[in-house]
Design a protein. Structure first.
Length: 43
């Protein structure tokens, strides 16, 4: 059996890094198109 604490910790780290990278990408690209992509991503 795998350690649930370890698995949940790794899952949280993966989700957090993905959210941060998505936020950085959205912030970087928004000025170029006046935020046209951001509502599409959030919808």
């Amino acid at each position: 059996m795998f350690s649930f604490e370890n698995a949940s910790s790794q899952l949280f780290a993966a989700v957090a890094s993905l959210a941060v990278s998505a936020l950085v990408f959205a912030t970087a690209i928004a000025p170029a198109n006046q935020g046209a992509i951001l509502p599409g991503v959030l919808a």
